[in-house]
Design a protein around this ligand. Sequence first.
Ligand SMILES: [Cu+2]
Length: 121
Amino acid sequence: MRLAKAKAAWAPVLLATWAAWVILAQNPSPPATEFQITAKKYEFTPETIRVSVGNRVKLVITAEDHTHGFKLEAMRINEKVEKGKPVTVEFTPTEAGTFPFECSHFCGLGHKKMKGQLIVE
Ligand SMILES: [Cu+2]
């Protein structure tokens, strides 16, 4: 009789453990917030991206006129972006701040002015 009671007490614990495992398995991490960025002579649109600390960010960068680059040093990102071939980068910012990004592929006279910023709040 005592043994049966002890066994029954374990049932809710096992059920809760199983339920937690099922929930975690289905949602390993929240989905990334996606931004579409276009690069063209000599600007990125949008120029400013606002995100939150700890939230996964996905950037899809498309060059409209010819080859550009996308360098976001704080997140160790430096990609060549060829016209018509969108480049996807993902990262999770771990600290707040303003981090500049820039074109890293010489694209003409205005190349050095081709910049933007990532604001992490
Ligand atoms: Cu450039």
